[in-house]
Design a protein around this ligand. Structure first.
Ligand SMILES: Nc1ncnc2c1ncn2[C@@H]1O[C@H](COP(=O)(O)OP(=O)(O)OP(=O)(O)O)[C@@H](O)[C@H]1O
Length: 648
C-alpha cells in the first residue's frame, strides 16, 4: 500500500510516492521528538484504566458482600486478604466500599482532566512546530517550486494537512497505545477471574482486527482524494477573492458561486461517503462485541449457578469489562480513520518538507556589500521548463554605476533576466558574475540585499505605509522611511493621507492607485540603499503625469547606482546610458539610444511609434496610405531631449 502524491508537485514535477511503511517510520520519528509528553499522556491513560478496574472490582465486591449478607452465603474473597475489621457492621462495610468507589471516581475524573490538558498541549506544540517547519521550508524553496504548484494547495497543506499529521500523535499513537494497554490489562484481569469464560467471550476478537484492516484499506484513497478536493475548493475561494473585480466586471458572480458550490459539493459527497462507510463499520464492530454479552450471560450464568463464579466479582465485573472492551474496540474504528487521514496528509506535508532547495550557496559563501566593479552575464541561458529556452547565450557586462535599459517585445525574457540576478532562479547555462565572482559563491542574502527590485506589479502588505516602506529594513527609523519616500516622490501623497505614514494599506494595496503603489515599492527598495537597482517596467501602469514623476524619481535615485531598467517606453529608455534589445531570448542590439536608432529596427520602430510618428495600429497613415515616419535626425532630437532631461 502506498500513498501516491498527485497533487501540488506531482502533476508537474517528479511523481513522488511514499510507502505506508516509510510514512509510518517518519511519523514515529516525529512522535519520538515528543516522546516525554507522549509517555506522560499514555501513562495517565494507563492510570485511568487501573482506576476503572479498581472501582469496578470494588463494586463487584460490594455486590458479593451484600449477597453474602442477604442470602447468608459465603463471605466474599477480599482482595490481597485485606478484609474490613471484624467489629464493623454490614452498613459500615457498605459505606466504606461506597466511599472507596467514590474516591476512585474522583481520582479518575482528576486524571482524566490532567490527561486531556496534557494531550491538548502536546497536539498544539506539534502543530506549531509542523507549521513552522513548513513555513521555513517554503521560505527556502525556489520560485520553480511555486511555478509548478498552486498556492491554494500549499495553504491547505500548512493548515488542514498539518493538523491531520498532528492527529497521528494524539489521535492514533497515544490512543492506540492506550487501547492496547487497556485491552491487555482487562485481558489479564479477566484471565485471573476465569480463564475459560475469558477465552469464550473474546473468541471473536481476531474478527475485529481483520475488519479494521479491511476498513482501513477501503478508506485510504478517499482521504487522499479529500485533501485534493480541499485544494481545489481553497483555490476557487482564493481566486474569486483575489479576482473579485474581474468576476464582477464580467458579471460572473452567479457562475463563480456555482463553481464554488460545486467544489464544496464534491467534498461534501466524498466526506459523506467516508462517513457512511464508518457508520456501517462501527455498528458492525459493536454488534460483534455485543455477541460476547450473550456468551457471558449463557456460559457465565451457568458458572454462577454451578458456584464456580461469584455474582459480583465474577459475573458483574466481567460484564463491566466486556462493556469497556467493546468501547475500546469501538475506538479502533476512530483510530483506523485517523491513521488513514494522517497518512494521506503526511505524504502531502512531507512532500513540501522534502522538496530540495534549488538555490544554494557554496560551502563558504563570500560576503558582498554591492557592486564595486562590474556585473556580468556570461553566456547565460535559462528556461523555466526543460528544452524550452527563454534566454539563450546572453553576454552583457555593466560597469558599476552604469544604467542599462533592457527592451524588447513582450515575452522576450526581460523580466527573467532580472529574476536571475536576484537568484530567484539559477541559469541553466553560463554564469552571472558580481565583481568577477559567480553568484553561487556569494552569500545569498547579500546578493539579494545588494539589488533592489521594483516589480511591474508591486505587492504590498496589509500593514501601514511606513511598515511597507521599511519592510526590508525594520530597524529603520521614521526619518529614514521619510527619506526613502521623498527619493521615490511618495512623500507628498503620503503626507496628504489622513494618518500619513501610519495610514493602513489595504490588502495588496487595494486602497492606493497604481502610481502610488509603484512609488511605495520604489521607496521600499531604496530604504535598503541597494547598490544595484532593478526596475521592471516600473512606469507601465500609470498615467503620463505620474509616469513623469516616477521617471524623475528614478533619475534621482539612479545616480551612483548600477541600474537595470526594463521598459518598452521610449522616454524611459532614453534615460539609460546603454540600451540592450532582447528578442526571443537573445540580445539583438546593444548601444547608446542614439546608436540603436541605426542598429535596431525594433528600437527604431518603437521610437517612431512613441514619438508620435505612427500610431500603434498603423492607422495614422498619410494620404498615400503609408505610415508617417520621422527622420533619423528628428528621432535623434527626441533621444537627446530625453538624455538632456536626465543630465539636468
Ligand atoms: N514562471 C514561469 N514559468 C514558465 N514560463 C514563464 C514563467 N515566467 C515567464 N515565463 C515565460 O518566459 C518567457 C519570458 O517571460 P518574461 O516575463 O521574462 O518576458 P518579458 O520580456 O519580461 O515580458 P513582458 O514585457 O510581457 O513583461 C515568456 O514566454 C513567459 O511566458
Amino acid at each position: 500500500m502506498s500513498v501516491a502524491e498527485s497533487g501540488l508537485m506531482g502533476q508537474q514535477k517528479s511523481e513522488r510516492s511514499y510507502s505506508t511503511g516509510h510514512l509510518l517510520v517518519r511519523l514515529l520519528g516525529l512522535a519520538f521528538r515528543y516522546r516525554r509528553a507522549c509517555v506522560v499522556v499514555t501513562v495517565m491513560h494507563g492510570v485511568l484504566v487501573l482506576l476503572n478496574l479498581a472501582t469496578l472490582g470494588l463494586t463487584g465486591l460490594g455486590i458479593d458482600f451484600l449477597q453474602s449478607q442477604a442470602l447468608h452465603g459465603s463471605a466474599p474473597r477480599w482482595p490481597a486478604g485485606i478484609a474490613p475489621p471484624s467489629g464493623w457492621s454490614p452498613l459500615q462495610v457498605v459505606l466504606a466500599l461506597s466511599g472507596a468507589v467514590l474516591a476512585g471516581a474522583l481520582a479518575s475524573a482528576g486524571v482524566k482532566y490532567a490527561a486531556a490538558i496534557a494531550s491538548a498541549a502536546l497536539s498544539q506544540r506539534v502543530l506549531l512546530q509542523l507549521r513552522t517547519d513548513i513555513y521555513a521550508r517554503l521560505q527556502r524553496l525556489s520560485f520553480r517550486f511555486y511555478d509548478s504548484g498552486q498556492s491554494s494547495s500549499i495553504i491547505n497543506r500548512a493548515a488542514g494537512d498539518a493538523n491531520n499529521v498532528r492527529a497521528f500523535l494524539d489521535g492514533v499513537l497515544i490512543r492506540m497505545l492506550t487501547v492496547v494497554l487497556t485491552l491487555v490489562l482487562y485481558f489479564v484481569y479477566m484471565l485471573q477471574v476465569h480463564v475459560g469464560l475469558t477465552l469464550a467471550c473474546l473468541a471473536s476478537t481476531p474478527l475485529l482486527w481483520v475488519g479494521s484492516v479491511l476498513f482501513s484499506r477501503a478508506v485510504q484513497p478517499a482521504y487522499l482524494r479529500a485533501s485534493e478536493l480541499g485544494d481545489a475548493m481553497v483555490r476557487t475561494l482564493v481566486e474569486n477573492l483575489q479576482g473579485m473585480q474581474v468576476v464582477k466586471a464580467f458579471a460572473r458572480t452567479a457562475e463563480q458561486a456555482v463553481k464554488f458550490q460545486a467544489a464544496n459539493e464534491s467534498i461534501r459527497s466524498l466526506k459523506f461517503s467516508i462517513f457512511q462507510r464508518m457508520s456501517t463499520f462501527q455498528p458492525l464492530m459493536g454488534l460483534l462485541t455485543q455477541l460476547n454479552m450473550l456468551i457471558l450471560i449463557g456460559y457465565g450464568g451457568r458458572l454462577v449457578i454451578q458456584g464456580e463464579l461469584s455474582l459480583g466479582s465474577g459475573l458483574f465485573v466481567f460484564a463491566g469489562l466486556l462493556q469497556e472492551f467493546a468501547a475500546q474496540v469501538a475506538h479502533i474504528t476512530g483510530i483506523v480513520n485517523s491513521v488513514q487521514s494522517s497518512l494521506a496528509s503526511a505524504g502531502r506535508v512531507f512532500e513540501v518538507l522534502d522538496e530540495p532547495e534549488e538555490i544554494r550557496e557554496s560551502g563558504t559563501p563570500v560576503r558582498v556589500r554591492g557592486v564595486r566593479d562590474s556585473l556580468e552575464f556570461r553566456g547565460v541561458s535559462f528556461g523555466y521548463v526543460p528544452d524550452q529556452p527563454v534566454l539563450e547565450d546572453i553576454s552583457l557586462k555593466l560597469r558599476a554605476g552604469e544604467c542599462v535599459a533592457i527592451t524588447g517585445p513582450t515575452g522576450s525574457g526581460k523580466s527573467t533576466l532580472l529574476m536571475l540576478l536576484k537568484r530567484f532562479y539559477d541559469p541553466t547555462g553560463g554564469e552571472i558574475l558580481l565583481d568577477g565572482r559567480p553568484l553561487p559563491d556569494l552569500c545569498l542574502a547579500d546578493v539579494r540585499a545588494a539589488a533592489g527590485l521594483v516589480f511591474q506589479d508591486s505587492f504590498l502588505f496589509s500593514s501601514t505605509i511606513a511598515e511597507n516602506i521599511a519592510f526590508g529594513a525594520p530597524e529603520a527609523d521614521r526619518e529614514a522611511v521619510e527619506r526613502a519616500a521623498r527619493s521615490a516622490s511618495a512623500h507628498e501623497f503620503i503626507s496628504r493621507l489622513p494618518a500619513g505614514y501610519d495610514s493602513p494599506v489595504g490588502e495588496h494595496g487595494a486602497n492606493l492607485s497604481g502610481g502610488q503603489r509603484q512609488r511605495l515599492a520604489l521607496a521600499r527598495a531604496l530604504i535598503m540603499q541597494p547598490s544595484v537597482l532593478l526596475l521592471d517596467d516600473a512606469t507601465s501602469a500609470v498615467d503620463p503625469e505620474t509616469e513623469l514623476e516616477i521617471r524623475q524619481a528614478i533619475e534621482r535615485v539612479m545616480r551612483g547606482r548600477t541600474t537595470i531598467l526594463v521598459s518598452t517606453r521610449f522616454s524611459t529608455l532614453c534615460q539609460a546610458d546603454r540600451v540592450v534589445v532582447l528578442q526571443s531570448g537573445r540580445i539583438t542590439a546593444d548601444g547608446t539610444p542614439e546608436q540603436l536608432l541605426e542598429r535596431s529596427t525594433w528600437f527604431r520602430r518603437l521610437a517612431e511609434l512613441q514619438s508620435g510618428a505612427a500610431d500603434p495600429a498603423g492607422a495614422d497613415t498619410g494620404e498615400s496610405g503609408a505610415p508617417k515616419t520621422l527622420s533619423l535626425t528628428e528621432l535623434r532630437g527626441s533621444v537627446s531631449a530625453g538624455s538632456r532631461r536626465r543630465a539636468a
